[in-house]
Design a protein around this ligand. Structure first.
Ligand code: AMP
Ligand code: TRP
Length: 322
């Protein structure tokens, strides 16, 4: 089963990314899976060149530290395989302006700034190129990427109908729990890299004290009733969902085992610390050894390039490019 997913180096990784994406990637990794740090996507918003360089390496190191094993799967940096940008152009000539301007994420991000970049509009086409280059069958992504994935499917089908069968039509797969981790301070808003909420966001590299403090201060409610109910008790539901994201247990079963919010919070913090602390340690080792990191991404890019070259060639040929 060919699996592909990508993640942007646009800020520190939080537990939403970890549960919604990374943990699944680690569980499902195989010789047929590719995981990509999408540095080109990060250019769609303002980012300092030095920050992009650093965050790209940081993210590769966190992915490996979290359990992606370069001997078992392919981990690489998007820009190292130039076919992504090349196929993106071909697909821009298949996509329509109308369908891109209808993308919710584009509308939200464009609304927040003056003079946004064209790349913000074409972002989902580059994402489609990422996926389609590898004849991907499954794309593990969080709930917020559903619309982009649908576009990738539409573009693949349209291309195949118009120019001949070149692309596999991918399907998205959602994690069983924690597909949408909410901010701990504002549980009706998604935990996010782009909105700064220092107490509401738990980072994968947070130390034990920070994790404990943030979980303890997480907003709940005042009726004190322990039950899993997103509509009426979003703060508590988020904690239960997080708990189940870390253990795989059903959130209703978790709720049934606790009566006090404080006990749930204490155990949740403990679970997180136990899983995240070793990741931070391994991350620091990798980050201290630039050569090891470069060897990993060079090797990953070589493996990816091999597959991408063939798909790109077929797509370009089908369109009439000499
Ligand atoms: P991003 O931070 O947008 O680059 O997202 C990287 C990956 O994490 C994608 O698969 C997202 O769908 C997933 N993701 C981002 N935020 C969350 C969240 N709050 N809960 C669950 N998954 C998330
Ligand atoms: N747009 C995705 C996000 O913000 C990141 C991404 C880029 C991606 N290319 C991808 C995810 C290809 C899956 C497959 O989360």
């Amino acid at each position: 089963m060919r699996v592909f997913s990508g993640i942007q180096p646009s800020g520190d990784l939080h537990v939403g990314n970890y549960l919604g994406a990374i943990k699944q990637w680690v569980a499902a990794q195989s010789a047929e899976s590719l995981y990509c740090v999408v540095d080109l996507h990060a250019l769609t918003l303002q980012i300092e060149p030095a920050a992009l360089r650093q965050q790209t390496d940081d993210l590769v190191a966190v992915l490996i530290a979290s359990g992606l094993d370069p001997a078992r799967c392919t981990v690489f940096v998007q820009s190292h395989v130039t076919y992504h940008a090349q196929l993106s152009w071909l697909l821009e000539c298949v996509a329509t302006y109308g369908e891109l301007t209808r993308m919710t994420q584009f509308k939200e991000k464009a609304d927040r700034q003056e003079g946004y970049r064209v790349g913000l509009l074409t972002y989902p086409v580059l994402m489609a190129a990422d996926i389609l280059l590898y004849q991907t069958q499954q794309v593990p992504v969080g709930d917020d990427q559903r619309q982009h994935l649908e576009l990738a499917r539409d573009l693949a089908e349209r291309f195949n109908n118009r120019y001949g069968a070149v692309f596999t039509v991918p399907v998205g797969v959602q994690p069983p729990a924690a597909a949408r981790v909410m901010d701990l301070q504002e549980p009706t808003r998604k935990m996010s890299k782009s909105v700064s909420s220092p107490l509401g966001t738990i980072y994968v590299l947070d130390g034990p004290d920070a994790i404990e403090r943030k979980v303890k201060k997480a907003v709940t409610d005042t009726d004190g009733e322990m039950r899993f109910d997103w509509e009426h008790k979003p703060g508590l539901a988020n904690l239960l969902e997080l708990y189940s994201g870390f253990t795989g247990e059903n959130p209703n079963d978790v709720a049934a085992r606790y009566s006090r919010y404080g006990d749930l919070k204490r155990d949740l913090a403990e679970l997180m610390i136990a899983e995240l602390a070793p990741i931070a340690t391994r991350y620091r080792e990798l980050r201290a050894d630039g050569a090891e990191l470069r060897a990993i991404t060079d090797d990953g890019a070589a493996k990816a390039r091999h597959i991408a070259a063939e798909t790109y060639r077929r797509a370009a040929e089908a369109m009439g490019i000499l």
